[in-house]
Design a protein around this ligand. Sequence first.
Ligand code: ATP
Ligand code: MG
Length: 367
Amino acid sequence: MYIEEIQLTNYRNYDHFSVSFDQSINVIIGENAQGKTNMMEAIYVLAFTKSHRTPRDKELIKWDREYGKIEGRVFRRNQSFPLEVVFSNKGKKAKFNHVEQKRLSEYIGAINVVMFAPEDLNLVKGSPQERRKFIDMEIGQTQPIYIYHLGQYQRILKERNALLKDLQRSQEPDPTMLRVYTDQLVEHASILLERRFIFLQKLRKWAQPIHEGISRGHETLNIDYDASVNVSEDMDSEKIRLELQNHFERFESKEIERGTTLVGPHRDDLLFYVNGKNVQTFGSQGQQRTTALSLKLAEIELIYEEVGEYPILLLDDVLSELDDYRQSHLLNTIQGKVQTFVTTTSVDGIDHETISKAEIFTVHNGQ
Ligand code: ATP
Ligand code: MG
């Protein structure tokens, strides 16, 4: 799949702007603060209807404008079709083939995008929340049903937590309503966990050889799921459901005492090990970067395995950060099969062969 063209209206520092892209490598060159990341972000938003750098959609609208719009034409499964995402003070609308999609889960997945940016180091170094976001986004983009269950889970979790707060304050707490919420929470949680486990097995399968390749055989990568309850990867959703149910029954009074839901997919984490040592705690900067890169490259293969086409790859400010060996390893992996966008402030940091094959764009002040 690839993006044929994109059109921006009142988007970040772009006024009215349209551009056609190359099917293979596009290099976007510009000085700082000209609109390189904004362009990458626009492609990302076209895929996910939200930004990778802010949860506030309003920030995407050009200052002092009423609305902001991204339109794109995408080629996939031998067909070309339009996508559109519009933001205004009334909220956002996403259209697939000119038809508005009421549910995000129906829109997401129209195109698949993998982004690798400097902040992705947080995938390894950052808080558990970053890693949960990573798994949720990646499963969600190939399995819309996951987004549905995640949305339901989050909604019920919020209501359940509010109720737990009430029960915490009451003299004689009646758990009847709590149990209704618990059943609903467990139903969605068990599906989320089952899908996460399957995803993890696939991620591991792809990430391990990639990591070994990038580290020239010196390092082995391992990934573990750190669950807040006693569940394991060999369990199916039914077994997980029973275990969760059990756990919530046992800890009901403790949860009331604490006034919050203590376990579940919203409390879980991923652990990365390089040569048996936790890379978050003990890894060097380079090992952490290699781990993040291996995960991203694994995602490309995983998406191919799931949907039968390679995703679009966005490399914002990262290519020139990689040493020659890692750069050529990355470029060899994607060679000719993945539409790639690379941003840089100067061509000097990028390998000559890549530049000679690429379509080059220069961005200056949103033009
Ligand atoms: P760098 O090399 O520093 O990463 P960049 O080319 O990636 O630079 P962008 O992040 O794309 O820069 O930002 C370009 C400009 O867009 C910035 O000057 C920023 O202030 C501006 N900008 C951000 N949001 C908006 C907005 N909503 N409306 C107008 N301009 C905006
Ligand atoms: Mg930038």
